[in-house]
Write a protein that binds this ligand. Structure first.
Ligand code: MN
Length: 286
């Protein structure tokens, strides 16, 4: 199932080029009292919500997807995890760009580990990216985003996909510079998630998905998730060796080669096979 959040926190089920308004399914969520449990309540109760969606979808009103404003399908992630240099050819361009050397045999992600992006950076495709520092370079990084569904810590490689709720397209936008990644990738609107969440059952193999990013009409990034150095299972195993993963946590799995700057007025068109397409506008800056 493809599930979206749209307009003023409406819940949608995508069917082809239409969206069914299934917001009534949100009534299965429990009432909240402070403090709420960690993670995103919708993702935590996704099985209940999907069961209710299936009951009401046939009678739900529908609209063309082209008429709605798509928000991030996860509203309240506990953390956004990033995987640095997780594609060999992106590693090669990063080395060529900066002269950084990682040594011969060890994949650099195993040396650098993971990083965190501030949850306040998260937006959906309709909001777009707003450049904060027009005199500095802001780059696009197209990434497969994994949404955690079941909490876990110390998760084994072979069981990792049991902890996945689904997948989305992610943009790990980045200000270039010398500061720590966690700062440069946490600017407001520099984490884009969309266009919807595709439940895990619809993606046979997250390790074999074509992905591409155009800026306006120019193809900038084109690869396949089979080129990841740490695959999705390994990323979950590795992350959960350090911290508990909660429902709604987002893992941005790293970007392939072709990272390049964006400017105000650009439209990024992002596609991942089995998920779909999202268009994201660039605002602000110069
Ligand atoms: Mn990235």
């Amino acid at each position: 199932m493809k599930i979206c959040r749209f307009d003023q926190n409406r819940l949608g089920k995508i069917e082809g080029d239409r969206v069914l308004d299934v917001s009534a399914a949100l009534e299965v969520l429990p009432d909240f009292r402070w403090p709420v449990p960690p993670g995103d309540a919708l993702i935590r109760h996704l099985d209940l919500v999907i069961a209710r969606i299936e009951e009401i979808a046939a009678a739900a009103p529908s609209r063309p997807v082209s008429e709605i404003d798509l928000a991030s399908p996860v509203a309240n992630p506990g953390k956004i995890i990033g995987a640095p240099v997780n594609y060999q050819e992106h590693l090669d361009e990063a080395i060529a760009d900066s002269g950084i050397s990682f040594g011969a045999d060890v994949p650099p992600i195993a040396k650098i580990g993971l990083f965190l992006k501030a949850c306040s950076a998260l937006v959906g495709p309709a909001e777009g990216v707003t450049i904060r520092f027009p005199n500095r370079r802001t780059d696009h990084e197209l990434e497969l985003a994994v949404i955690i569904g079941k909490a876990g810590t110390g998760i084994a490689y072979d069981e990792a996909l049991d902890h996945v709720a689904g997948y989305s397209i992610g943009l790990d936008m980045t200000v270039r510079g010398t500061e720590d990644r966690g700062l440069r990738k946490s600017v407001d609107s520099y984490a884009v998630l969309g266009p919807w969440l595709v439940t895990r059952d619809e993606i046979d193999d997250p390790g074999n998905l074509d992905l591409s990013l155009h800026v306006n009409d120019e193809l900038r990034q084109h690869s396949n998730t089979s080129n990841m150095i740490f695959d999705v299972r390994r990323l979950i195993e590795y992350a959960s060796a350090f911290y508990t993963l909660h429902p709604g946590d987002i893992i941005m799995t790293g970007t392939p080669e072709g990272v390049a700057p964006v400017r105000r007025g650009d439209i990024m068109t992002c596609r991942i096979k089995g998920i779909g397409e999202m268009k994201v506008a660039v605002h602000g800056g110069s």
